[in-house]
Design a protein around this ligand. Structure first.
Ligand code: GSH
Length: 230
């Protein structure tokens, strides 16, 4: 992989992903927040029952990606996959990775914790036994949210006093939980305040209101929850 030193202010980047929210929401939010000029390549699957993926697979090996996958980011000669590597790349250009050792440790820890939560939720939503498994998922959710609440404590942002890329991930993961279980954030007051604080960031608020924002579908059409465009 060749790395390009600067994500210049005027350089337009391309974000490639399915035409869903999925792993791209936090990246889209960060691109918006940082004012990075970007265009999106949305890939679509064909109709049921085959859900033909050739829109993506026809291009997959032709983009010069080391590990071809979705989402990807093309920024000049820098070509990246892995959603968290993409987030960190954008965040580094804007000093949004944490500054002190403690802030960086907190970001590393939370990034991985949130990925576990995200994958656990996706496993539930794509499971053919979704209805059977849903009660157990809902039962363990408050304890998971309580852990996040304790970790955030009285800080305004998850790494500390300054916003970092993990806040974008936390917002996405927490908001999915709130869509799934609307009362789940009623207990932990600091998580609710975090959500409000994040949604009030000027560029974030503008994006969330805009027609560009892909809040749904959260998942593909094969998911048992979150596959509808609302
Ligand atoms: N660990 C990767 C996972 C990427 C992934 O699983 N992508 C899914 C969509 S969420 C996909 O359809 N990839 C296209 C492919 O496998 O060809 C990341 O965080 O970006």
């Amino acid at each position: 992989m060749s790395a390009q030193p600067e994500l210049g202010a005027a350089m337009e980047v391309t974000l490639g992903y399915w035409d869903i929210r999925g792993l791209a929401h936090a990246i889209r939010l960060l691109l918006e927040y940082t004012g990075t000029p970007y265009r999106e390549r949305h890939y679509s699957t064909g109709p049921a029952p085959d859900y033909d993926k050739s829109d993506w697979t026809d291009e997959k090996e032709k983009l010069g990606l080391d590990f071809p996958n979705l989402p990807y980011l093309l920024a000049g000669t820098t070509k990246l996959t892995q959603s968290n590597a993409i987030l960190r790349y954008i965040a580094r250009k804007h000093n949004l990775c944490g500054e002190t050792e403690e802030e960086m440790l907190r970001a590393d820890l939370l990034e991985n914790q949130l990925m576990e939560m995200r994958l656990g939720f996706a496993r539930l939503c794509y499971n053919p036994d979704f209805e059977l498994l849903k009660p157990a998922y809902l039962e363990q959710l408050p304890a998971k949210l309580q852990e996040l609440s304790r970790f955030l404590g009285a800080r305004p942002w998850f790494a500390g006093d300054k916003l970092t890329y993990v806040d974008f991930l936390a917002y996405d993961v927490l908001e999915q939980q709130r869509m799934f279980a609307p009362t789940c954030l009623e207990g932990p007051g600091n998580l609710r305040a975090f959500m409000r604080r994040f949604e009030a960031l000027e560029k974030v608020a503008a994006y969330l209101r805009s027609g560009r924002c892909l809040k749904t579908p959260v998942f593909w059409r094969t998911a048992r929850w979150g596959s509808a465009k609302e």
